[in-house]
Ligand binder design. Structure first.
Ligand code: PLP
Length: 417
């Protein structure tokens, strides 16, 4: 028999685009004693989670609850509940997570049309709208905050165009929720997916989603088809009898579980619900505006330091995702060796990127509880030291000073977070 010792994990400063550091209050909430999933004390907590999610998603939708699984489970739950084989889905891709949407849609038999723009850019909404005109999709699926490139896609114009044409808009707001403005109703978004392990600063393992009655109608129509009681109108929602029905991701069953009927579906991940409850409570306690401002405040301090060091930011600043800062790796420098030394010598983690950007950029996340002054100053100081060790000709000492300038000029006091 092999018995290992108790876990002893190193204390890290996590400055990646997720998973990020978790507020100690969330960690404490996770050690709350387990309740049965139909215990009224627990169903009250479930209801509170739904109420808080609606506020964070900025929606009046009836349905806002988490899927048990990592963020992509939210994408999959919404998409598989509305796609029937042969449905046209348009996916504008501007980074790695657009490709994930394509893959999910294809697995459920959609006829996927994708358009791509160079990684580092976002789409001019007019380009997407022209494509909607050409393709006439049933669904447009798009990422709001693309963590792989650090970009933020404007959605309102696309949302309005979709609604006018009766196209469903599904948005992956995994990286933006809780850190950047996300307006589900005002932007005409039918299905929205958030992530826990990023700006909400809750561990990975749940995917909060919300959807409106346009999606709900599809769920009801499908149910009637399954029971053989569909009307002509319901059949309009349902062209094929061969859609793939997931049990785990069946939103109509999940509704019956999260809603007043409380019909058994899965066994709820109690401790994760506690964590999400506390994470959402902390977001609302801070205030949405205040939280978005905090993310931008620390972004300014980080960028000032990076630029003062003599490094170049990647991508167009007009569409930058405030909680992810991408830096071009100086020519001839081994990006992975820099990351390794940051971790080993300073216990700081930053990220590389994917696909065409691997080896070309580093990504620094300033998300949720990781988005703090001491973390920004620590990563700047450590990065400068490591780059000097790697022979990069940085402007020594300037980064921290430039960052402190931002903190002191905007705040007059270094005591604030
Ligand atoms: C924008 C975006 N969408 C989806 C995902 C997938 O999330 P997960 O790995 O939690 O399934 C990520 C993960 O980083 C992401 O950044």
């Amino acid at each position: 028999m092999v018995v290992f010792s108790e876990l002893h994990t190193p204390l890290r400063t996590i400055m990646t685009p997720g998973p990020v550091e978790v507020d100690p209050r969330v960690l404490r909430a996770m050690s709350t004693p387990i309740l049965g999933q139909f215990d009224p004390a627990f169903t009250t907590i479930m209801n509170e989670v739904m109420t808080m999610l609606r506020q964070v998603f900025q929606t009046k939708n009836t349905w806002a609850f988490p899927i048990d699984g990592t963020s992509r489970s939210g994408n999959e739950a919404i998409l598989c509940s509305i796609i029937e084989p042969g449905d046209r889905v348009l996916v504008p891709i501007y980074g790695r997570f657009g490709h994930l949407l394509v893959e999910i849609c294809e697995r459920y038999g959609a006829d996927v049309y994708s358009i791509e723009c160079p990684w580092g850019d976002v789409f001019d909404p007019k380009v997407v709208i022209e494509e909607i005109e050409k393709v006439s999709p049933k669904i447009v699926a798009i990422v709001h905050g693309e963590t792989s490139t650090g970009r933020l896609q404007p959605l309102e114009e696309i949302g309005r165009a979709c609604r006018e044409r009766d196209v469903l808009l599904v948005v992956d707001a995994v990286a933006s929720i809780g850190g950047v403005e996300v307006k589900t109703d005002e932007w005409f978004i039918d299905g929205m997916i958030g992530g826990t392990q990023k700006c909400l600063s809750v561990p990975s393992g749940l995917a909060p989603i919300t959807y409106n009655e346009r999606i709900e109608n599809i769920l009801y129509a499908r149910k009637k088809v399954e029971r053989g009681i569909a009307t002509e109108q319901d059949l309009n929602y349902k062209r094929s009898n061969h859609f793939i029905a997931s049990n785990y991701f069946d939103l109509s069953m999940l509704q019956d579980y999260w809603g007043p009927r409380r019909l058994n579906h899965h066994t709820e991940a109690t401790s994760m619900i506690y964590a999400l409850h506390e994470g959402l409570r902390l977001v609302l306690l801070e205030g949405l505006e205040e939280r978005f401002n905090r993310h931008q405040y620390h972004e300014r301090a980080l960028i000032a330091g990076i630029e003062a060091m003599g490094l170049k930011l990647f991508g167009d600043s007009s569409n930058k995702l405030p909680c992810v800062t991408c830096i071009e790796i100086p020519k001839g420098i081994d990006g992975e060796s820099v990351r390794k030394m940051l971790l080993e010598a300073f216990s700081i983690e930053i990220a590389s990127s994917f696909g065409p950007l691997h080896g070309k950029i580093w990504r620094i996340g300033t998300m949720g509880y990781s988005c703090r002054k001491e973390n920004v100053l620590a990563v700047l100081g450590a990065l400068e030291a490591v780059l000097i060790r790697h022979g990069v000709n940085v402007h020594r000492g300037d980064a921290i000073q430039a960052s402190l300038d931002v903190y002191m000029s905007e705040n007059q006091s270094l005591l604030k977070l």
